[in-house]
Design a protein around this ligand. Structure first.
Ligand SMILES: *Cc1c(COP(=O)(O)O)cnc(C)c1O
Length: 351
């Protein structure tokens, strides 16, 4: 649509999230949501929300949440920064730390939001290619750059790297900020929190959406040294002082306080994942080694799009990316044992 003002407004290709179908009775395995409810303590906390929580502004520095998280992560409160989901935290981190004319680096196959923020904030970027077996080649990140962001484990490949790999990246980037997006770390990945003291250029970002079953509450957190956290705070307070609302603060605190529930549900998802991977391999799938709550799979003779459409006809939603190199793969979120059995049964019946 061309209007007299068209050249004055912003044109941008936004990030496209997984479909949220309105139908009932569907099996939704397309957005890496958790099949289990959040901790019962979260539901109790919601019941206790009172009029003041709504009438008043929330704490702009999310102090209660920081207190609970400091205990959970065993760091000091000034090493934590909360935002409205980790997407918000990552966007603010791009603004705060990727402020160079040199390109930032992230893999060609990764979380597709990164390049959208680069476009929005005018940040130049380069995309080193994953190897043929979809691994990040650390050497590609040893060149000059304006910053580095890597999800570990990576998405949608599900592959996680260990301490040595992350240290290698940090060692070769002492003059840049390295953001590790640990959205899936709680499903068996390597949590790099122990490296914060050793590397002053490390920023870790985690989310409560997946491993804490709180995608609807929008809670994300950055963990870093107090100086980089203060920069994030300054950027946030130059944009929107209240990104985390009072309800989310209470919900997040309750979730952090129930560590047993968190450990148990994540363990369960990892077991279901490993069983599902075996069952899919028996059906002719190649399954990448997953350290996440999803599997990235391709079939020897059936096309990914065909399996995708067939499953959708049967009310099972998985994710297919129509992108170079991965268009014959499917990303399947891990649900409950029953849900995964239903998926396997459905695939067995495919002609
Ligand atoms: C899901 C996801 C996020 C965003 O999570 P929210 O906290 O829900 O915004 C960020 N990074 C990766 C790699 C993800 O998969």
């Amino acid at each position: 649509m061309t209007k007299p003002w068209s050249d004055k407004i912003r044109n941008i290709d936004p990030y496209v999230p997984g479909e949220q179908p309105k139908l009932n009775n569907i099996l939704k395995l397309n957005a890496n949501e958790n099949p289990y409810p959040p901790s019962p303590k979260v539901l109790e906390a919601i019941k206790e929300i009172n009029e003041n929580d709504l009438r008043r502004y929330p704490s702009s520095n999310t102090e209660n949440l920081k207190k609970a998280a400091a205990e959970f992560y065993n760091v000091s409160e000034d090493m934590l920064f909360f935002g409205n989901g980790s997407d918000d935290v990552i966007a603010l981190a791009f603004l705060a730390f990727f402020n160079s004319s040199k390109p930032i680096l992230f893999p060609d196959i990764t979380y597709s939001f990164y390049k959208v923020w680069c476009a929005l904030f005018n940040i130049p970027y380069e995309n080193p290619k994953l190897t043929d077996d979809f691994k990040i080649n650390a050497d590609d990140y040893a060149k000059e750059n304006g910053g580095v962001i890597l999800p570990n484990p990576n998405a949608p490949t599900s592959i996680g790297e260990g301490k040595e790999f992350i240290e290698n990246i940090l060692e070769h980037n002492k003059d840049s900020i390295v953001i590790i997006d640990e959205a899936y770390v709680d499903f068996g990945g390597y949590p790099s929190i122990e490296l914060i003291e050793k590397y002053d250029n490390l920023v870790i970002i985690q989310t409560f959406s997946k491993s804490r079953s709180l995608a609807g509450a929008r809670i994300g957190v950055a963990i870093s040294n107090p100086y980089l956290i203060s920069i994030l705070d300054a950027v946030k307070n130059s944009y929107n002082s209240y990104t985390v609302d009072s309800l989310a603060i209470k919900i997040g605190c309750a979730s952090l306080e129930d560590k047993d529930y968190f450990i148990q549900t994540n363990k369960k998802i990892c077991q279901t994942r490993d069983n599902t991977a075996k069952a899919l391999k028996d059906l002719g799938f190649t399954v990448l080694p997953s350290k996440t709550n999803f599997l990235f799979v391709t079939h020897t003779d059936k096309k990914a799009v065909d399996i995708f459409s067939y499953l959708k006809e049967n009310n099972i939603f998985v994710r297919h990316f129509n992108l170079p190199r991965i268009d014959n793969y499917l990303r399947i979120t891990i649900g409950t044992d029953e849900q995964m059995s239903a998926l396997i049964e459905c695939i067995k019946n495919m002609k």
